[in-house]
Design a protein around this ligand. Structure first.
Ligand SMILES: Cc1cc2nc3c(=O)[nH]c(=O)nc-3n(C[C@H](O)[C@H](O)[C@H](O)COP(=O)(O)OP(=O)(O)OC[C@H]3O[C@@H](n4cnc5c(N)ncnc54)[C@H](O)[C@@H]3O)c2cc1C
Length: 88
């Protein structure tokens, strides 16, 4: 067993000068990310779209299955659920 500490800010393949400016994580927001004509066919599954922990691994674990479930519903001919309805 070992503990590995990595300073990502010092990793040239990860951080750039832009990362020196802290932008923070997005705030949780249940509003849809896609609206209009694209909404039935374009789905965003990234962590940032999570309504619980956007920008974190936990948010990715929430967002990805939500979109997978939406895709399955579409295959089955059922309407999509909103992000808030599927996770809250
Ligand atoms: C340096 C760093 C440190 C972090 N530390 C933490 C932490 O300590 N705790 C924490 O909770 N979160 C941390 N995070 C945030 C966390 O890693 C992300 O929130 C999470 O990985 C996002 O998951 P995701 O599935 O949304 O996207 P990603 O993990 O980015 O997955 C997207 C995938 O899509 C692939 N991809 C992109 N474009 C295409 C394409 N055109 N075709 C096919 N594949 C494509 C990418 O290669 C990638 O594998 C950290 C992030 C970074 C960058």
């Amino acid at each position: 067993m070992a503990t590995l500490y990595k300073d990502w800010a010092a990793d040239a393949l990860t951080a750039t000068e832009d990362d020196l400016i802290a932008a923070g994580h997005p705030l949780p927001d249940a509003r849809p990310w896609v609206s209009g004509d694209w909404s039935p066919v374009l789905m965003l599954a990234g962590s940032e779209t999570s309504v619980t922990n956007p920008g974190y691994l936990e948010g990715a674990a929430e967002a990805a299955p939500r979109v997978a479930a939406d895709i399955e519903r579409i295959w089955q001919g059922l309407p999509r659920r909103s992000a808030s309805a599927s996770t809250l």
